[in-house]
Design a protein around this ligand. Structure first.
Ligand code: NAP
Length: 296
C-alpha cells in the first residue's frame, strides 16, 4: 500500500469494477467519479464528483479504456449518472508529478497533457496488455459470429484483416474451431507467420479479388479498409464484424446500402469477460503506478 497516495478514477465500464477491487489493495486513497450506479464496499474507495475533487492533491488519474472523445467527454461510463468531462483546467490543477493513465488516447488528451507537461500513459500501447486483451476480444468476435450466422463457424470461409495483436488471436481462434481462415496483411514476415500457423495469406491490396469467396470478414485494421469499391465485390449475404476502434475500418453506409450485415463491435472484453479483462488492466497498471510514483 502506497501511503498518502491519491488517485482519481473518472468513468469506466465493467472492467474497472475489477480494476478498482485490485487497486484498492495497493493504493491508499481512491476517489471514484462516475460510479454512482455501482455499490463500492472498500473503505479506501470514496464515491465523489468531479466538482469535489481537489486536483492539486492528486497523484494519478485513471481514465477509461476508451479515454475521452475529442471534447474531453468520457465515453462508455455505464455507471455514471451525469456526463463526465475531463477539462484542461483539471489537468492544469494537478501537481507536476501527477500521471494520467488511459486505455487509448486522442489528440485532445495528448494536447492537454503535453501543454501542462504531465505524463500520459496509454495502457493499451503496452504490448503485453494488448495481447492479453486480444483473448476476450477474439472470444467476443466468435460469439458474435455464431449469433449472427445460421451456419457453423467450422467450415466457414473467414477473412481476417490485419495481423497485429488482435488479428493474430482472432485468426488463430477461428482456425481452431475449423474455419478456413485467410488473413489480409502487407508484411512478408506476417505472411511467413500465417503459413506457419496454417492460415492463408492475402495481400491487403488484393482483398477485392477474394471477396466473392468469403462468408465472414473480421476487420482489425484501424483505417478505412473496406471501402465502397471493395464492398462492390462482397457477397451481400456475407457478414462483416469490425473490431477496429472508432471510426472503424468499414464504409458502413455503403455496406448498409448493399444489404450486408455489419457489426461494429467495440469494447468486447468489457462485455464478454470484464473480470478477466479488468485483471489484465490491473496487472499492467499497478506496477506502472509503483514505478511512476514519487516516494511519499
Ligand atoms: P495492432 O497490433 O497495431 O494491429 C493493427 C494491424 O493493422 C496491423 O497488422 C497493421 O499492419 C494493420 N494496419 C494498420 N494500418 C494498415 C493499413 N493502412 N493497411 C493495411 N494494414 C494496416 O493493433 P491491435 O492491438 O491488433 O488492435 C487493432 C484494433 O482493434 C485497434 O483499433 C484497437 O483499438 C481495436 N481493439 C478493439 C477491441 C474491441 O473490443 N473491438 C478490442 C481490442 C482492440 P502492419 O503491421 O503492416 O502495420
Amino acid at each position: 500500500m502506497v501511503n498518502n497516495f491519491k488517485m482519481v478514477i473518472i468513468g469506466g465500464d465493467a472492467r474497472y469494477v475489477e480494476v478498482i477491487e485490485q487497486l484498492s489493495r495497493s493504493v491508499q486513497n481512491i476517489f471514484l467519479v462516475g460510479f454512482e450506479r455501482k455499490n463500492v464496499s472498500q473503505a479506501n474507495v470514496i464515491q465523489t464528483s468531479l466538482a469535489h475533487i481537489n486536483f492539486s492533491e492528486i497523484d494519478a488519474i485513471l481514465l477509461p479504456v476508451s479515454g475521452t472523445n475529442k471534447d474531453g467527454k468520457v465515453e462508455l461510463a455505464p455507471y455514471a449518472e451525469e456526463e463526465l468531462i475531463v477539462s484542461e483546467e483539471h489537468i492544469a490543477q494537478t501537481p507536476a508529478h501527477c500521471t494520467i493513465y488511459t486505455g487509448i488516447s486522442n489528440s485532445y488528451l495528448d494536447e492537454i497533457t503535453r501543454k501542462h507537461e504531465r505524463t500520459l500513459i496509454r495502457l493499451f500501447a503496452c504490448d503485453d496488455l494488448a495481447i492479453m486483451n486480444s483473448i476476450p476480444t477474439a472470444e467476443g468476435a466468435l460469439q458474435l459470429a455464431m449469433e449472427h450466422t445460421d451456419r457453423t463457424i467450422h467450415g466457414a470461409r473467414v477473412c481476417v484483416l490485419g495481423f497485429g495483436r488482435v488479428g493474430m488471436t482472432v485468426a488463430r481462434l477461428f482456425a481452431n474451431v475449423g474455419a478456413h481462415v485467410s488473413v489480409g496483411a502487407r508484411k512478408s514476415a506476417h505472411f511467413a507467420r500465417m503459413i506457419e500457423m496454417g492460415l492463408r495469406p492475402v495481400q491487403i491490396a488484393h482483398i477485392k479479388r477474394e471477396a466473392a469467396e468469403i462468408d465472414m470478414w473480421i476487420n482489425t485494421i484501424p483505417q478505412r479498409i473496406i471501402t465502397e469499391d471493395i464492398l462492390s465485390s462482397f457477397d451481400p449475404s456475407s457478414l462483416i464484424i469490425d473490431l477496429a476502434s472508432n471510426p472503424g475500418g468499414v464504409d458502413f453506409a455503403s455496406a448498409q446500402k448493399k444489404g450486408i450485415q455489419t457489426i461494429h463491435a467495440l469494447g468486447l472484453p468489457g462485455k464478454v469477460a470484464p473480470k478477466s479483462a479488468g485483471t489484465f488492466i490491473a496487472h499492467t497498471l499497478i506496477p506502472l503506478l509503483k514505478e511512476h510514483l514519487p516516494r511519499h
